[in-house]
Design a protein around this ligand. Structure first.
Ligand SMILES: C[S@@+](CC[C@H](N)C(=O)[O-])C[C@H]1O[C@@H](n2cnc3c(N)ncnc32)[C@H](O)[C@@H]1O
Ligand code: SF4
Ligand code: SF4
Length: 300
């Protein structure tokens, strides 16, 4: 990370903590909800299947920038399906950087060729070993691994959503992140049980076991892009929600924290690690502050 970016984030953090501000710093643009997959745990694919036009996406990026957001995510649906005429996702990433976003990340299912060297991180969903990943995501594991091997930069971070199907694959994914070329790290989430996927929810005991495994893997040198100080809060769902420093924009509608904010009672069962990490950080949790500094400076 550039020193100037670090200074910007540090200043934002200090102001937010001292003055209990609720201004956002992290924004996500949903470029489409169209997807080539139908993963068992996902409730947000192909609801409209509209690919939003370039001018609209650009306006939304500008709107987030004007709100003070400097960490931008592009997400879907499948993000790599986005295009408008000659414009591709890569053009959006380059324009976001030119617009002044300090960190620009992309979330993808990894089934398309990966040529995005300008992105700071490509969060690529890997949900277990071949058997369990394919059980959740269809027969995609080998395609994804091949795309990773042929990626044009080493800016990939695995993104695993842990649920009842793949809860015993955590160590395997940590080792795969450590041993795979072009992969920097792995970041986890627990399943957030939307009404149509409640059967995949983890119990408190499941979450504890997963966190113990992640901690053990960290001790063994696995590159985990999460904060272990947040684990007790994630296990007990005792972190504050929603995260006021994060917003999502989808088809012109801005939501605080996630598009899931409108699902009744979901926040009390939220499994998104970033929510725990960010809300605890901006409440001034000292352990989280130091661990975040160490972790972010290592991977971004
Ligand atoms: C909605 S997908 C969009 C980007 C891309 N299609 C992908 O699969 O990475 C973003 C991330 O959310 C995760 N996800 C989807 N539904 C979830 C849920 N109910 N709880 C936790 N994570 C979920 C996916 O596994 C994926 O890592
Ligand atoms: S690839 Fe992503 S958006 Fe598509 S169904 Fe799977 S989790 Fe949902
Ligand atoms: S806290 Fe609520 S709105 Fe935020 S990600 Fe979790 S479930 Fe969604």
């Amino acid at each position: 990370m550039k020193i100037s970016s670090f200074v910007h984030f540090a200043t934002f953090g200090v102001k937010t903590i001292l003055f209990r501000k609720k201004l956002p710093i992290l924004g996500t643009v949903i470029v489409t909800d169209k997807c080539n997959l139908h993963c068992k745990h996902c409730s947000v694919n192909n609801i409209t299947a509209v690919i939003h036009p370039y001018e609209q996406v650009r306006r939304e990026m500008q709107e987030l920038y004007d709100m003070g957001i400097r960490i931008l995510f592009f997400c879907g649906g499948e993000t790599f399906l986005w295009r408008d005429g000659e414009k591709t996702l890569r053009d959006l990433v380059i324009e976001a950087k030119e617009m002044g976003f300090l960190i620009v990340n992309v979330v993808t299912n990894g089934t398309h060729p990966i040529d995005l060297p300008e992105a700071d991180l490509i969060l690529l969903s890997l949900d277990g070993d071949r058997e369990h990943h394919n059980d959740i995501r269809g027969n995609t594991y080998d395609t994804i691994m091949n795309n990773i091997a042929n990626a044009t930069a080493d800016n990939i971070c695995f993104y695993m959503a842990i649920n009842q199907i793949n809860k015993d694959c955590v160590a395997h994914v940590c080792r795969t992140a450590r041993d795979t070329k072009n992969v920097k790290a792995v970041s986890f989430n627990f399943h957030t049980p939307y009404p149509d996927t409640r059967e995949l929810a983890l119990t408190k005991e499941d979450k504890k076991k997963c966190c113990d495994t992640i901690e053990q893997m960290m001790k063994e040198g696995a590159p985990v892009f999460n904060l272990k100080s947040a684990f007790p809060y994630l296990i007990n769902n005792s972190f504050p929600t929603p995260c006021h420093q994060c917003v999502v924009i989808e088809n012109g509608k801005i939501s605080t924290c996630g598009r899931c904010i409108d699902v009744p009672d979901l926040c009390s069962e939220c499994g998104y690690f970033f929510v725990a990490e960010y809300t605890l950080l901006f409440r001034g949790n000292i352990k989280i502050i130091f661990e975040m500094l160490r972790t972010y400076l290592k991977y971004i």
